[in-house]
Design a protein. Structure first.
Length: 288
């Protein structure tokens, strides 16, 4: 049998993805049957940080804790492991439900699933954020993205890439401080969305959700959290502390962001992934 190079293997895999991804859409469900969304085919990218002893949380939030209950052989002769965990709603990679900053809006368990899945539009402001940890992402940044890629698709999930995820889990570089408690909050320094840009999105575009690779959709030096308030008042959830946004194209990936379904919760731990289109995978590996 002839040997195959990794490139040959990848090309074969991509062909398989393209074949399955380009297959005809399934027939509509029969009357009376339940319907289900059809997901695109492609390479999966994990957009979530791991929850562990290094997980970064807001200075005034409790930190993640895993308490071991069992780890070993039982008297019956089989292995058994179990843990208890404790986590703040808004630590690590998590979701801000609309009720987090808007009374009467949706709790995390009330957010429709189709609002947590959709086409991703990745706005890269990493160069400006590297120069200025307090960078505000402006309406001009969003308009510049549209000049290059076209209007933000209706129902899209806007992902703001600052590049700060590469600083995780160094709290000093990621948050601006490793101190804990209320006195540490004024020392926070990381980029966020300008309130005017948040207002532009909710008033002139139709988006389902927004995400960022920092600890908050508002920058660290915010005291009024206006972008949170503007977005959540329109029932738009925010995904925070994302990672690997550098692996996504400006347009073309599909996001699935499913939080823990906490009844009445203002947020919760989030496992978010992106599905890359086959052509994007090919470009990453230098295949055309």
């Amino acid at each position: 049998m002839a040997a195959h190079s990794p490139k040959d293997w990848l090309l074969a895999a991509l062909v398989g993805l393209c074949v399955s991804g380009c297959a005809p859409a399934p027939s509509p469900p029969a009357a009376g049957s339940s319907s289900a969304s059809v997901f695109p085919t492609g390479q999966l990218v994990d957009l979530s940080h791991t929850y562990d002893s290094q997980t970064i949380a807001w200075p005034t939030s409790e930190q993640f804790r895993l308490d071991k209950v069992a780890d070993g052989m039982t008297e019956q002769g089989y292995y058994y492991a179990a843990n208890n965990f404790f986590a703040a709603e808004h630590g690590g990679t998590h979701i801000d439900a609309p009720i987090h900053f808007a009374k009467g809006r949706r709790t995390v368990d009330q957010i429709p699933l189709d609002q947590l899945t959709g086409p991703a539009a990745v706005v890269d402001v990493s160069t400006a954020s590297e120069r200025d940890a307090d960078h505000l992402i402006t309406t001009a940044d969003l308009e510049q993205w549209e000049k290059a890629n076209g209007r933000f698709p209706d129902g899209s999930i806007i992902l703001l890439r600052t590049g700060f995820s590469t600083r995780w889990p160094d709290a000093v570089r990621y948050l601006g401080t490793s101190e804990r408690g209320a006195a540490a909050v004024p020392k926070l320094h990381f980029p966020g969305l300008h309130p005017d840009a948040a207002r532009w999105l909710v008033e002139s575009r139709s988006i389902d959700a927004i995400g960022i690779d920092t600890a908050s959709i508002d920058r660290g030096q915010s005291t009024q959290y206006e972008s949170h308030r503007i977005l959540t008042d329109r029932d738009i959830p925010a995904f925070e502390n994302l990672t690997n946004l550098d692996r996504l194209p400006a347009l073309g990936a599909y996001v699935v962001a499913l939080p823990m379904k906490i009844g009445g919760g203002s947020g919760g731990p989030l496992r978010a992934i992106a599905i890359l289109p086959p052509q994007q995978v090919a470009e990453q590996y230098g295949l055309k």
